[in-house]
Ligand binder design. Structure first.
Ligand code: KG4
Ligand code: ZN
Length: 342
């Protein structure tokens, strides 16, 4: 017999290059979290190819959902609602998940909940931290986003700052390509940085004028490219590990600057990291130390819940579900959906 007090959500995520499905109970208990990664496929091209991503999602989506239900030891008859990422992301990729979720919702008569991808990343923090409740500050750092957000309540977000150009993960990917590390850049830069000197090269720490909490990473990326060009012109040896470690340190310093400012000015005593770049151990450690120094409790999901997954979508969908938020069968993919829009 299933427990009537438990809300079981089947969650689907296909916004970029991972086809993912999960079953999450009451927003925090992950019964299954299946991720089919396309990284190996896109590595051949040095980045995500949208058409290939959509085609792969179509091939994998049913298999991934079947596996998620099997691992959770449930059938669709025991599911209470379907949650799905409907933006932001690649339109063709999002559409696969949205169409699948609508089909399941219609066929089984289940409530449908469209979830914002960044809201999913933030909600990944609820899964392993039972005690975490809003309000808290959260930095979402991924391949597509760098947002400093005040989570005032479940589903209530106040954006304090965001990147004005490249996202932090995008900068990691571009710099990795420039120094010959390949795709995906973040994990490769992290790995080689352990062998490098973070103080070897003084890359600029950009601060955005008149916008206290905004970020800018494109200047830092250009500074790395200029450094590489000038070394080549002067015949100076390029030490990959030093470039990687110095770039990573510059990104961390910029993120830390805004985090500490926001903690001081808001007086918030809880801080959470989220998004793919949050799986970087050097960043996690630096932010944790800053939190301890400021008397703030630090939260961060395990690496598998930082990068794209469907469990985080199930966590976000649950809080929408209990507050009565529902989508209908007109739900569509919204590639540039803003946080806080429904
Ligand atoms: O959250 P995510 O999986 O997808 C988006 O929503 O964008 O983030 C992917 C991004 C990529 O840019 C990747 O290079 C970066 O996260 N990333 C990392 C690390 N692991 C993934 N960046 C730095 N260090 C890492 N260990
Ligand atoms: Zn993401």
């Amino acid at each position: 017999m299933s427990n009537p007090d438990s809300i079981r959500i089947l969650a689907i995520e296909t916004s970029c290059d991972e086809t993912a499905a999960a079953v999450v109970v009451n927003g925090r208990e992950v019964r299954s979290n299946i991720i089919s990664s396309q990284i190996a496929l896109h590595t051949l091209y040095g980045g995500v190819v949208p058409e290939i991503a959509s085609r792969k999602h179509i091939e994998k989506i049913n298999q991934v959902i079947t596996e998620a239900l099997k691992e959770a030891d449930m059938t669709l008859d025991e599911i209470d609602a379907v949650g799905v990422t409907y933006g932001p992301g690649l339109v063709g990729a999002l559409l696969v998940g949205v169409a699948e979720a609508k089909a399941i919702s219609y066929a089984k008569g289940l409530p449908l909940i469209g979830v914002h991808h960044i809201e999913g990343h933030i909600s990944a923090n609820y899964i392993e931290h039972e005690e975490l409740e809003p309000p808290f500050l959260c930095l979402v750092v991924s391949g597509g986003h760098t947002h400093l957000v005040k989570v005032n309540d479940y589903g209530q977000y106040e954006i304090l700052g965001r990147t004005v150009d490249d996202a932090a993960g995008e900068a990691f990917d571009k710099v990795a390509r420039a120094i010959g590390l390949g795709y995906p850049g973040g994990p490769k830069i992290e790995k080689i940085s352990y062998e490098g000197n973070p103080a070897a090269i003084a890359f600029p720490r950009a601060h955005v004028a008149n916008a206290a909490y905004n970020f800018s990473f494109s200047g830092m990326k250009s500074a790395v490219l200029n450094y590489l060009n000038s070394c080549q012109m002067k015949g100076v040896e390029i030490i990959q590990a030093d470039v990687a470690a110095s770039f990573q340190q510059a990104v961390i310093d910029v993120l830390l600057g805004n985090i500490e400012k926001a903690l001081n000015e808001t007086g918030c005593k809880k801080f959470a990291l989220a998004g793919g770049v949050a799986s970087n151990k050097t960043l996690r450690k630096a932010v944790e130390e800053a939190c301890i120094k400021n008397g703030v409790v630090f939260y961060c999901p395990s690496p598998v819940l930082c990068t794209d997954n469907a469990a985080m979508i199930g966590a976000a969908a649950y809080y929408d579900y209990i507050s009565g938020v529902r989508s209908d069968l007109r739900l569509n993919a919204v590639p540039n959906l803003k946080l806080g829009e429904k």
